[in-house]
Ligand binder design. Structure first.
Ligand code: SF4
Length: 182
């Protein structure tokens, strides 16, 4: 049986409210900065790579969204773009790259192969990268049109803005690794 003290509602003081509001403003500011300064790590394995290159060219100009500059070190990136088919031999490598990206980080599955294995329904192909790493946005298409990818980037930016951001991120919980992925 719950004691009387358990059901007394917590009454926030004015100081609590002020701190909460300040944290909210910091979170919104960091969210705004982060969504317009995405540094992507392209994990490109297959034919979707052609569409990926188109994105950065003049016609689609991904730079308008603050996400054009690819970084080829996971330690300098915060957006993992998985572009193309991922086979079972590549799975541990993809997992390792994801682990090396510092928090906060996001993942986009570019095309149906990365999202679900696509039409490679066989023993050698990973049936969606979400079996290995968490995914924030799935972009459909084989290959996806650049407009679809831009739509996915905008969706991700909206998601980032809605998340809670802190000046110092807490240490992540230890990852649960599926057997055979290391
Ligand atoms: S989704 Fe289509 S274009 Fe992209 S890697 Fe798979 S087969 Fe190639």
């Amino acid at each position: 049986m719950a004691s009387e003290i358990d059901v007394v509602p917590a009454i926030p003081t004015r100081k609590d409210e002020a701190i909460g509001r300040l944290q909210q403003m910091v979170s919104q500011g960091l969210g705004w900065a982060r969504k317009y300064s995405l540094f992507q790590y392209p994990f490109v394995t297959a034919c979707c790579g052609m569409e990926y290159m188109t994105l950065a060219a003049a016609r689609y100009d991904l730079d308008r969204f603050g996400a054009a500059l690819p970084r080829f070190s996971p330690r300098q990136a915060d957006l993992l773009m998985v572009v193309g088919t991922v086979n079972c031999k590549q799975a541990p490598v993809l997992r390792r790259v994801w682990e090396q990206i510092a928090e906060p980080k996001w993942v986009v599955a570019f095309g149906v192969c990365a999202s679900s294995g696509g039409f490679y329904d066989n023993y050698a192909t990973v049936q969606g990268i979400d079996q290995i790493i968490p995914v924030d946005v799935y972009v459909p298409g084989c290959p996806p049109r650049p407009e679809q990818v831009l739509d996915g980037i905008m969706l991700l930016q909206k998601k980032i803005q809605g998340q809670t951001h802190r000046l110092v991120e807490p240490a992540p919980a230890p990852a649960i690794v599926a057997p055979g992925t290391r």
